[in-house]
Each structure stands twice: as structure tokens, then as C-alpha cells.
Design a protein around this ligand. Structure first.
Ligand code: UDP
Length: 236
């Protein structure tokens, strides 16, 4: 990966919960904030989309009898909680950070504007984009692809708990091997689960490469941005 000027980092809500699977783990939150602040201080412009799966997912709400749209709205609000937590953790260690929401909810955070966000990124702020796309039936993967395209990021960095894309699920199949890079078309034909198809298509059509990497190993973000060959690059 070439040294990027601007990236969109997608973090899953679940990873914010660390081992417990639910809520926000203080140590994990602090570790993320530390790494992100360090890379921002080194001059990388960082936008962040964070999921909400550690608090609420629309699909599981629907399974419990909630109307899907209401469940998704609850999920979007969960991403706001996570973004506020990460924004606050960044500010606590002296990193300039601003939280935007896809739906109007001042004074909690500012309403998202791509133009304003780009200005803030250029001023050295870390910009957090909460509330997903603002629409039900979408995911934060799609929100991250959309925001990445809007802010003209060089890469979409998808932080996961696995260190890249494998031929099969490495947690189930010991013979699975990792790709260093792979094309969007091959991801489709092999039916690999990287991001949901809406997110993938948005990236492919806008020629936005995705880097899938393990964000839960401390130091990996720095390695990646420094050009170390970790993770899997998805490209056209
Ligand atoms: N969500 C939504 N629209 C969006 C983004 C998210 O409705 O544009 C809802 C959806 O219900 C989803 C939840 O927010 O289940 C949390 O997001 P996601 O599952 O993508 O979080 P992650 O799995 O990354 O923690």
C-alpha cells in the first residue's frame, strides 16, 4: 500500500467490546484512540466510521419482533454512542476530533457535511462519521464506503479481527490461505465475505481500494500506514 494522505477507517462496533461481545471495553477504546491519535499526529488525515454491533443490530432487533426500520434506527443510534465514546477518548489524549451524524441531532454532534469534514481533516482533525448512512436497510460497511468516496479518501481501511482475506474462513478451515491482494471481481466470483455487496460495489465503481487488516493487534495501524505488507488489498 502506498503511503496515503487521507484514509477512511472502518471499525466494527463488536471490536470495541473486545472479548465481552457487548458494550464498550475501556482498554480497547483507549488503545484505538492512542493508535489513531499517533497516526493523525504523523500527518495522516483520518475519517472514521464505527459500527454499532456491540450495542444493537437492526437484524437481531427484527428477529426479536421489532419493526426492521425501527431496529435499524436503534442500530444507527448505537453507532452514535460509539462515535461519541471514541471522539471523547481522542480528545482526552489531546487529539483534535469532531463527530458528525448522518441525521440531525445537535447539540449531540454536528450534522454531516462532506465539505466541512474535508476542511476539518485538512486542519488536522480526526473526523468521526456516526449514524451510518442515516437510512435503514444499510450497514456501517456501506456507510464507510460512502463516506470514503465523499471525502476522497485514498483507501478504505477495514479493521477486522482477522489479518486479511482468506480463501476460506481461517477460523474454521486450517488450510485457508491469505491473499496479499485480490481484485473486486475475484472477491465476487469466489463469493468471499469482505464487506456487504452494496459497500463493495460502491468501492469498485469509484475505484476506491479497500485494505482489510487486523486492527485488534496493537501497532498494526501504524505498520499499515507505514507501508508494511500486512492485510489484503482489494482493487480493480
Ligand atoms: N444501520 C442502518 N443504516 C446504516 C448503518 C447502520 O440501519 O446506514 C444499523 C443496522 O441496523 C446495523 C446497525 O446500525 O445493524 C449497526 O451497524 P453494523 O451492524 O454495520 O455495525 P457493526 O457490525 O460494524 O458493529
Amino acid at each position: 500500500m502506498q503511503k496515503p494522505r487521507r484514509v477512511l477507517l472502518k471499525l466494527s462496533g463488536e471490536s470495541l467490546a473486545a472479548g465481552s461481545g457487548h458494550g464498550i471495553d475501556d482498554a480497547r477504546l483507549a488503545a484505538y484512540a492512542q493508535e489513531i491519535a499517533q497516526e493523525a499526529a504523523r500527518g495522516c488525515q483520518i475519517g472514521i466510521v464505527i459500527g454499532g454491533g456491540n450495542i444493537f443490530r437492526g437484524m437481531s432487533g427484527a428477529a426479536r419482533g421489532f419493526d426492521r426500520t425501527t431496529g435499524d434506527q436503534m442500530g444507527m443510534l448505537a453507532t452514535v454512542i460509539n462515535a461519541l465514546a471514541l471522539g471523547s477518548a481522542l480528545k482526552a489524549i489531546g487529539c483534535k476530533a469532531i463527530v458528525y451524524t448522518a441525521i440531525r441531532m445537535e447539540p449531540v454532534a454536528r450534522l454531516y457535511s462532506s465539505h466541512e469534514a474535508i476542511e476539518k481533516l485538512e486542519e488536522g482533525y480526526v473526523a468521526l462519521f456516526a449514524g451510518g448512512t442515516g437510512n435503514p436497510f444499510f450497514t456501517t460497511d456501506t456507510a464507510s464506503a460512502l463516506r470514503a468516496v465523499e471525502i476522497k479518501a485514498d483507501y478504505l481501511l477495514k479493521g477486522t479481527r482477522v489479518d486479511g482475506i482468506y480463501t476460506a474462513d481461517p477460523e474454521r478451515d486450517p488450510t485457508a490461505t491469505r491473499f496479499d491482494k485480490i481484485t473486486f471481481d475475484e472477491v465476487y466470483t469466489r463469493n468471499l465475505k469482505v464487506m456487504d455487496l452494496t459497500a463493495m460495489t460502491l468501492c469498485k465503481e469509484n475505484n476506491l481500494p479497500i485494505m482489510v487488516f487486523d486492527m485488534d493487534t496493537p501497532g498494526n495501524l501504524s505498520k499499515l500506514l507505514g507501508g508494511d505488507p500486512i492485510g489484503t488489498l482489494v482493487h480493480n
